[in-house]
Design a protein around this ligand. Structure first.
Ligand code: C5P
Length: 217
């Protein structure tokens, strides 16, 4: 064992509702690694702006909120609201916001013995040297269907067409922005979960991770 081992980084990227959150938590549990859902960091900055009644189109204010985000205090239940996700994707186009949050995410990525970070730009920008990069995707229809079932499962009514439009709009914004657009890293393994169960996706990820771990020094 080296005296100062580098932490083992698993980067998981992909569009909204592709299943990367579930997969990331499962992988982190299986390997005993720390997990950071980086989407929550963008959501926390957006929520701080919304709570303070501040505009979402002022980069200086948004950047300040991004600097104040505490990774320890991220609460998925509080941050999962649809309006917060929409606001997050608007401020995520601002380079100053991204710089502040990427810095915090990189600090997190040094945790021992390893980390799973999931988001949109982990393999391309945040941790380009990660030994494992997965790009988890599924067709927009399948992703909208999953979100629709998830909302209905909670006993709330849902409108499939509205969710479908929302998924496509979010994709456009995330893939079309100039700074760190959503795309697979050149060396990422693609996992299309359109017709794959979470168990099958986990097993596919596990084979890739085990091989990389066996080569990690
Ligand atoms: O993944 P989640 O839906 O929680 O992310 C909310 C928004 O934050 C995304 O639509 C995206 O615009 C932004 N985001 C990002 N880079 C990341 C994670 C999320 O731009 N690494």
């Amino acid at each position: 064992m080296p005296s100062n081992p580098t932490s083992f980084i698993i980067a998981i990227d992909g569009p909204a509702a592709a299943g990367k959150g579930t997969l990331s938590r499962r992988v982190a549990d299986a390997y005993g690694f720390h997990h950071l859902d980086t989407g929550l960091t963008y959501r926390a900055a957006a929520k701080a702006l919304l709570d303070a009644g501040l505009p979402l189109d002022d980069p200086a204010t948004a950047e300040k909120m991004a600097h104040d985000v505490e990774l320890d205090g991220l609460d998925r239940d509080v941050l999962s609201k649809h309006e917060i996700g929409e606001a997050a994707s608007k401020i995520a186009v601002m380079p100053g916001v991204r710089r502040a949050l990427v810095e915090a995410q990189r600090r997190f990525s040094g945790k021992q013995p390893g980390v799973v970070l999931d988001g949109r730009d982990i393999g391309t920008v945040v941790c380009p040297d990660a030994p494992v990069k997965l790009y988890v995707t599924a067709s927009p229809e399948v992703r909208a269907r999953r979100r629709f079932e998830e909302i209905r499962g909670k006993g709330t009514t849902a409108d499939f067409d509205a969710i479908f439009e929302d998924v496509k709009r979010r994709d456009e914004r995330d893939m079309g922005r100039t700074d760190s657009p959503l795309k697979p890293a050149e060396d990422a393994h693609l996992l299309d979960t359109s017709e794959m169960s979470i168990e099958a996706a986990f097993q596919a990820a596990k084979s890739i991770i085990d091989l990389a771990l066996s080569r990690h020094t």
